[in-house]
Design a binder for this molecule. Structure first.
Ligand SMILES: C[S@@+](CC[C@H](N)C(=O)[O-])C[C@H]1O[C@@H](n2cnc3c(N)ncnc32)[C@H](O)[C@@H]1O
Length: 253
């Protein structure tokens, strides 16, 4: 944390700001490439304004820093050169007007109310307005495992898992209409989920590509010998109780 640029910018903020210690390494990992660039950055959740300054310091003077909050008092930060929009992140009409005024965004960071409805609505309303090469980042996703943020069956992490399945439905052989073509990739950190956008990459048709080198006809061992499948299943079963998989079986439901 100490050596990250985002933490250094955090320490310089002249106003109240609170983040979790693990976020700074993730911020640097996700956002360093935008530093010094002419980007449009949106943070949902302004509170006392501290993070607006952190991001201005982190991205540099060329970045357009936009804050969104439900609290109308946050409008005061406009006098400091930030663009401020007041409204609810769970209101699709608010986002409709917002994107008409703001235009395409390079990075959106959701640090708002952290309910599943708010988080999912934000992704669904903004993902199509993120530029190619941009990111939509949702933080405090630990609320998906906590009470008081919505029905857990429809938690943000359950939504993310469904999107992971939908990204993989792009595989050519599946030919599924439910494939995800807005999000190119999904990165999961502790308490943070980041969606990367690249229309070209996420709309590519997946098919095998072979190089031009000579084929020596090597036997592909991946399918193994006859009856291997039943032996694999047996081995897997044993490993779940004794072997390597014993260590990771706690991760399976
Ligand atoms: C965790 S604080 C933001 C902290 C700030 N980003 C920081 O790092 O210092 C959450 C903010 O989200 C705002 N908020 C809560 N529900 C909201 C909603 N539905 N739409 C927009 N903002 C909301 C709150 O008013 C509060 O200012």
């Amino acid at each position: 944390m100490e050596n990250t640029q985002s933490y250094k910018s955090f320490l310089k903020s002249p106003h109240y700001i609170t983040k979790h210690s693990t976020y700074f390494d993730a911020y640097d990992d996700l956002l360093s490439k935008y530093r010094g660039q002419k980007i449009t950055f949106v943070e949902i959740g302004i509170l006392s304004g501290g993070s607006l300054y952190m991001w201005r310091d982190f991205f540099g003077p060329q970045a357009r820093i936009i804050g969104v909050d439900l609290n109308p008092a946050a409008k005061k930060w406009e006098s400091e050169g930030f663009e401020i929009y007041i409204g609810s992140q769970s209101d699709p009409d608010f986002w409709k007007n917002f994107v008409e005024e703001v235009g395409p965004m390079d990075v959106v960071l959701d640090d708002g109310g952290h309910t599943y409805e708010q988080q999912i609505t934000t992704v669904e309303c903004l993902i199509d307005h993120i530029t190619d090469g941009g990111k939509l980042i949702v933080e405090d996703t630990h609320t998906s495992y906590m009470n008081g943020f919505g029905p857990k069956r429809y938690s943000f992490i359950e939504y993310t898992k469904a999107l992971i399945d939908a990204v993989n439905r792009r595989f050519g052989k599946f030919q599924s209409r439910a494939a995800e073509n807005r999000i190119w990739s999904i990165s999961v950190y502790e308490s943070i989920v980041a969606f990367s956008v690249s229309r070209k990459a996420s709309c590519m048709v997946s098919s095998p590509v072979r190089g031009i080198g000579t084929n020596d006809g090597a036997k592909d061992y991946r399918y193994g010998e006859p009856n291997t499948l039943s032996r694999h299943i047996e081995k897997l079963r044993n490993q779940f109780s004794t072997g390597l998989f014993f260590k990771c079986r706690k991760y399976f439901k």
